[in-house]
Design a binder for this molecule. Structure first.
Ligand code: NZQ
Ligand code: ZN
Length: 381
């Protein structure tokens, strides 16, 4: 094991009725004005908005709405939220949504307390936030695990860049699988594939020692595949959604990363693909993963064959990659760029730009050149 420090900043309330339990327990500790932050309106249709608002009002809070946080949240939206939080003297942020809402709020929380631009602070000065407006997260669409970490993924439109910005982690998270029941089936599977990707990307980091984290990562992968298959049988299987919700949190709360290096090259490519196309995160990953793994399978043969056996019950490393691709097809997730919903036509020129601007990871099985990333992307066209 490599040296590490580990702590959980986020208290988790899991299961039916946990929002009421969490808000009753936590709201006494926070000030009067609460920003209720959400996305494009799904929580108004499924009743979660009314439930949250009633719980906040019952606790005597003044509620300030911040809505229309888009999928792949933008830097402009972060600044809009931070300005509102400052202007309204917000004491607490309640983020209610999927990864996009939670990520946007984690950075709003930090930006609202800073007198400088957070992107500049992190990317130019190399400084990271240490304080923010306290926040809680109510997860309505699982997959990213954003509710249990401080990192956010934000699209900076002017720079045509999508990447990490560190914000402030939620002090508590509500994970009630019932809230995910209205998520459209394709989003449920895309989110779950994101979870699978997080565990695969962590496991495939270039760690040359036996590591208990690898065993945990493989268990999360296997459980995610099993429960995605249960959803293919019955999309309303609440037990399967419960397992996936906890898989999602486990995959990105840092526990799998203890004592090891991580890969995350597929994520770096997908994030830049997202910057150019605004595509769905989990679906972009589904397209990229098999092509990327075919390129690196010979660089980590033992890891890939263990993955093949444990997750898909097949013998060889190469069969494992084929099984992953077949599983993506079985789920009805996209396997080609042309199947992604995109704001622009995905041409070789766009893919060249993605390859030329994405981050390159150095602790994966083999560091890729920009030309090889372009080759991988072209194989997905
Ligand atoms: O906006 P609304 O109307 O709420 O609709 C959303 C959105 O259209 C809908 N939805 C959410 N809950 C629902 C629901 N629809 C019906 N019923 C409900 N209960 O789902 C759609 C997708 O939501 P979104 O939050 O965009 O999806 P996801 O959770 O997959 O988050 C994606 C974002 O997270 C980032 C991604 O890059 C992307 O920007 N990630 C964040 C990570 C992190 N912080 O650790 C790690 C990930 O690797 C990822 O990069
Ligand atoms: Zn992801």
């Amino acid at each position: 094991m490599n040296k590490f420090t580990f702590s959980y900043p986020t208290k988790v309330y899991f299961g039916e009725g946990s929002a009421a339990q969490a808000l009753e327990a936590e709201l006494g500790r926070v000030g009067k004005t609460v920003m209720l932050a959400y996305g494009g309106g799904s929580i108004k249709k499924n009743g979660v908005y009314d439930e949250m608002k009633a719980l906040l009002e019952r606790a005597g809070k003044k509620v300030v709405d911040f809505d229309r946080i888009m999928s792949n949240p933008t830097y402009t939206k972060v600044q809009e939220g931070a300005a509102l939080a400052r202007g309204q003297h917000v004491d607490f942020i309640l983020a209610v949504g999927g990864g996009s809402v939670i990520d946007c709020c984690k950075v709003i929380s930090a930006q609202a307390m800073l007198d400088e631009d957070i992107w500049n602070m992190e990317y130019v000065k190399g400084k990271f936030p240490t304080a923010g407006i306290p926040m809680g997260a109510v997860v309505t669409a699982s997959g990213t695990g954003a509710e249990m970490n401080a990192g956010a993924v934000i699209t900076y439109e002017e720079k045509i860049w999508k990447g990490p910005i560190f914000g402030i982690a939620a002090s508590f998270a509500v994970l009630d699988p019932a809230y995910t029941m209205s998520v459209p089936p394709m989003q449920v599977l895309s989110g779950a594939f994101d979870t699978l990707s997080h565990a695969m990307e962590t496991y495939l980091g270039n760690s040359d020692q036996d590591n208990v984290s690898d065993d945990v990562a493989l268990a999360i992968m296997r459980n995610t595949v099993v429960n995605m298959r249960r959803l293919l049988e019955n999309i309303d299987d609440c037990q399967a959604r419960s397992n996936l919700m906890w898989d999602s949190a486990m995959a990105e709360n840092g526990i799998l990363k203890c004592g090891r290096l991580t890969d995350f090259q597929a994520h770096q490519i997908e994030h830049q693909l997202g910057a150019y196309t605004d595509c769905n995160h989990g679906q972009g990953l589904a397209v990229i993963h098999p092509a990327y793994y075919r390129h690196i399978v010979k660089d980590a043969p033992d890891k890939f064959s263990r993955f093949a056996k444990v997750v898909f019950g097949v013998d060889t490393a190469e069969e494992g990659v084929d099984a992953l691709e077949n599983f993506i097809k079985e789920c009805g997730l996209p396997t080609k760029m042309s199947q992604l919903k995109s704001t622009v036509e995905i041409t070789p020129e766009v893919l060249r730009q993605v390859a030329d601007t994405c981050n390159i990871i150095k602790c994966n099985p083999r560091e890729l050149s920009r030309d090889e990333i372009y080759e991988i992307l072209m194989e997905c066209l």
